[in-house]
Design a binder for this molecule. Sequence first.
Ligand code: C2O
Ligand code: CU
Length: 463
Amino acid sequence: MNDDDDSDSNSHSKMMKEHNVDLKDADVPMQELNLPKVLKPDKQTKHDVYYTVIAQKGKTDFHDGGKLTKTLGYNGSYLGPVLNLKRGQTVHIKEVNHLDEKTTFHWHGAIISGKADGGPHEPVKPGKTKKISFKVRQPAATLWFHPHPSGTTGKQVYKGLAGLIYIHDRKSKCLSLPDNYGVDDFPVVVQDRTFDKNNQLNYKKDYNADRTLGKNLMVNGTLNPYINVTTRYVRLRLLNGSNTRNYNFYLNHHQKMIKIAGDGSFLAKPVKIKKLQLSPGERAEVIVDTHKLNVGSNLQLKTGGMKALTMKLNQQRDNLTSLPDKLSDRKALKVPKKNVNHEKLVLSGMSNMVRINGKKYNPDRIDIHAKRNQQQIWTIENKKEMMMNMIHPFHLHGVQFRIISINGKKPSKSQRGFLDTITLNPGDKYKISFRFEEKGLYMYHCHNLEHEENGMMGQVLVE
Ligand code: C2O
Ligand code: CU
């Protein structure tokens, strides 16, 4: 197994006037990590699977018997269930809006037609239902879904609307990786939230045009969470489901993590990493190997000195003899030179001045025209400015792309899979390669949800 070549510099440049909220330990005893339910299909045939996903209001107990918090969730009171999909299957989803306001159902990371993708142009009104179908044509990965309505995405996500999608394929079934849900394979949806003195989430109060931040870390809606580890290898499927906060995850006891997957696919090989930067919208799958640690000790997943998740090492039963050397047969990236469509996107500004190519989002303007299946090379740049330097997580809908270069250099081994979101530090320039496999209208935007709402979004029409 290789150590990551660590070629990505995590330059954290000085930022002016940046709003900040320090994380604090939550004032609750350790609680066992919530495991989202695995959603049962309404119906299943050989090639088709049918689900109903309901956006609804609810009340959630985050404080171990304290006052309940008013929240939103999918098929439950906070967050959503896991949808297990198989490559090759056609998925039919009935999207039901039981909220008092419009919402959309966006399938972040899915290769899906623009009509079903659930961007701001596809609202579902209160009390209404929308039916979508798509064929799962992408490899095994951990994706997610969340609302995307114009003007209220940040609020609806903050209140709890987000869920996970696991895509399985024939290869992922055969790989010797932990895959026993809730036993050695855990969903880890990390969010920061502030609870007011009545235990309520107050988006308006916590809102900041650049950085809507919370005081407490939560995983799967659990404050101060722990899991019982009973096996040598543990798989964590991490999602940064926060509005703005970036995480730099690491383990205590000087342990390394083994990264096996990014947003949209496995890596070619497992890569040992010390740190994992994850900005809003990004996912990563890591394996934690506990064999050098004593039974009875606690291993912690931390970020910025704070603990995100405690792993209580209760037993060390071998669940696998070893990890695979190879995770996928994907070839090294070769980009054709002919018939390529080049685009350049420059991200700039902060707070109400955020822009892409100098423009704010306009639903009536198509920013980019593209052809289905045409090779695309896009350059995305986070422009360095005197006063306004921020990290912008850039996300493109409807595709999975690969990185050609970061600031002229090849991406590190841990960044070489398929991705749908990239973290741009001030001054960073990424070149990405992909094709749109489906038609329709797609968004690209900063996944700092308040930047997105302030207009850091554009539209590409694929015909
Ligand atoms: Cu995760 Cu445009 O969204
Ligand atoms: Cu941004």
